[in-house]
Design a binder for this molecule. Structure first.
Ligand code: SF4
Length: 379
């Protein structure tokens, strides 16, 4: 793989320094991301975007609910899509800044092809601005500021096959912002028998989601909180489109797992956790795994402590009581909450240590002990 010639100039420009403002103040003034970077003309890593329309003062991107109107020569909020000569282009096509082979458990996907590896790619850019982002150095950067690989869609698939990966994961930053790269790679992967995994915040409009989901086999979607107000202040987004994404992925039979990051003082309200779990059960997600993930202080929330283990345990109890069948705790090794337990006989059917599989007692998608079906894609 050849590196693109762009040199990483600065990863602190988007707010990498420790922030002394209160979180709410971060969204009270225009974000420096908004149309801040004039870009060059198209090059081989640009591709005309899908889902856009001409607008009175430029072009309107229709991929995500931000629906940016982008002036000539500028990029949208995610920094990944630009208006060049009155057309919208993706500017990171075939040009990922991160390429790794990961255990599928790292996505996290626990009830999907356990023990296999996912060829994982990301470009710079994100359509949200989470104050705790663990990948902020790429998510809050432009593709022009990161060191990138030259890796076109067919090459991604070839590399995945060569490295014996069962799947390709579009992950780390936000694949919705490199939509065309994800879409084209997924189509080729599907034709070659490689599975596609979307790891996303789910902040996407319905039409592009439905088009992409035709080629996606599994998804892990962040459900970051169950409050519009918190979504706005903590993530720079909104809740309603995420709930819609969950419903559509389920309807389109994409295997779905959900991650909820429990952030002290922000998303650790047990009443809200209960409301979220009740919504999931009421809307038919009982068999979709829910991963409560432990927060560690970083990016703009370094003043907060890590989530207490007791809080995570309480969240899990609430979720199980609400009727969710597969509830895990992530980023907190040693809790025994990474194992898959049969909802009927309560025996451990998949034992994990970190991202490794210690034992698997699922036979033909059923519990070896009591023959109850275990939800997921196991082969
Ligand atoms: S994908 Fe990017 S450019 Fe398009 S609407 Fe969303 S933030 Fe704006």
């Amino acid at each position: 793989m050849k590196k693109r010639t762009f040199i990483k100039t600065s990863l602190l420009g988007a707010g990498g320094a420790i922030c002394l403002m209160k979180p709410a103040e971060l969204f009270s003034s225009p974000s420096p991301r908004h149309n801040a970077v004039p870009v060059d003309d198209t090059d081989r890593f640009t591709k005309e975007a899908m889902f856009w329309s001409p607008a009175p003062r430029g072009v309107k991107c229709l991929i995500c609910p931000n629906e940016c109107t982008i002036k000539e020569g500028f990029t949208g909020d995610c920094r990944n899509r630009m208006n060049s000569k009155g057309k919208l282009f993706s500017i990171a096509y075939g040009n990922p800044c991160a390429v790794h082979e990961d255990p599928v458990e790292k996505k996290p996907l626990f009830n999907f092809l356990p023990g296999t590896r996912a060829y994982s790619i990301a470009t710079a850019g994100c359509n949200l601005a989470c104050l705790y982002c663990q990948n902020w150095d790429i998510s809050q950067s432009s593709p022009h500021d990161t060191r990138n690989y030259d890796l076109m869609p067919h090459q991604v698939v070839e590399e995945a096959i060569k490295n014996k990966c069962a799947s390709i994961a579009y992950t780390y930053s936000e694949p919705i912002t490199f939509y065309e790269y994800t879409y084209d790679t997924s189509k080729i992967a599907r034709s070659k028998g490689i599975k596609n995994i979307l790891v996303s915040a789910g902040y996407i409009n319905e039409a592009p989601l439905r088009e992409l989901a035709r080629y996606i086999d599994a998804a892990n979607i962040d459900l970051k909180s169950f409050s519009e107000d918190i979504y706005l202040k903590l993530n720079g987004g909104s809740l309603a489109p995420i709930l819609n994404t969950l419903k559509i992925l389920k309807e389109m039979k994409v295997w779905l797992e959900i991650t909820n990051l429990v952030v002290p003082t922000w998303t650790d309200n047990m009443k809200m956790i209960e409301q979220m779990c009740n919504w999931l059960v009421t809307n038919g997600f009982s068999n979709n795994p829910l991963h409560f993930s432990r927060f560690h202080p970083q990016y703009k929330l370094t003043q907060l402590p890590a989530t207490p283990v007791s809080t995570l345990t309480k969240c899990r109890e609430i979720a199980l009581k609400a009727g969710l069948h597969y509830v895990y705790i992530g980023n907190a090794p040693g809790l025994q909450a990474e194992n898959t337990v049969c909802p009927k006989c309560k025996k451990t059917v998949v034992e994990r240590k970190g991202f490794s599989i210690v034992s698997n007692q699922i036979v033909a998608s059923k519990c070896k002990f009591c023959n109850a079906p275990i939800a997921g894609i196991w082969k």
